[in-house]
Ligand binder design. Sequence first.
Ligand code: SAH
Ligand code: SF4
Length: 352
Amino acid sequence: MSEAIQKKEIKCLSIEELKADLKEMREKPFRAGQIFKWLHEAVESFDEMTNLSKELRAKLSERYELTVPICVRKQVSQVDGTRKYLWQMRGGDCVESVLMRYEHGNTVCVSTQVGCRMGCKFCASGLFGLKRHLSAGEILDEVLFIQKESGEPVSNIVLMGTGEPLDNYENVLKFLHLVSCPGGIQIGQRHISLSTSGLADKIELLANEKLQITLSISLHAPDDESRSSIMPVDKRYPVARLMQACAYYFDTTGRRISYEYMMARGKTDRPWQAEKLASLLRGRPAHVNLIPLNPVKESPLQPSSRDTVRKFQQILERHGVTATVRRKLGPDIDAACGQLRRRTLEEGEIIQ
Ligand code: SAH
Ligand code: SF4
């Protein structure tokens, strides 16, 4: 293992942890706030921290690793300005993040793992399995460096890129605290959404943290037969168990849950499935996002027709369940999550 990897990653530390370290180094604890602010401005070397003495900068660089992702590929949509970035992290691993422009502000979609082990049949991110977890600092880097590179302020974050956030629970939780606490980029928790394929036990753990983030469940089918055929996680946590965890999440945090529902022709889009979904959500504060499936070439699944999606939506609404059809952003670039990384891996441009 190289020396750089053994050093503590400075961007994984909270202000309190930095303070404790500084004390140990016989430095003034108030420097922690200054350092934290520099880190969140995406400095690329300790020497950029110009309000610290040369001696302290040297001590920091000896003690800590400062991660700096390299942008190896970028796609900008000519249609709506969506920007997709492929970052090379330490050790050469590549992850992608997307900057989306909405009326209510700029949203960054971050990856939480290099690859994913959940194996959903429709997803490009899972095709190569899981390589490794991202650290809290590396997830934070995606946000900080997009803000720096684009010159645009980021106001919202969605954890919907490659990876299953709750499979990297500790690091993701740490990231949520780092990105929302005072003194840094400070994105309010109400402006953060976490999407999960449904690890029920982790949803309950997260509920106990009582964060103000929005939890988004990738449900995609209301019955175990269809769901388990496209999402292996359903075998471990069937729909009933997942819904139980969702009820606990709402009861504990008071936050309404958002359900992602992918419309796959003949698989998840049948009228009885809309009825079943409505009965699952009856009496629960919930919002459904209907997402047209984005075809990936390794899977036979195809998107539903517009008409089918509209009919599905109508059934839900008839039962009092609010549902919106998600607008597709960046239609002219590799839009679905994992596609840019996948294409780059296939072309062999980046060696992993
Ligand atoms: N692992 C988490 C978060 C990342 S995936 C999760 O599964 O929720 C983000 C979202 O993109 C999920 O709702 C996922 O189901 C969806 N998704 C993945 N591949 C897709 C595809 N080909 N078409 C449409 N949605 C897709
Ligand atoms: Fe992983 Fe989410 Fe893709 Fe499933 S949809 S393979 S959980 S990234």
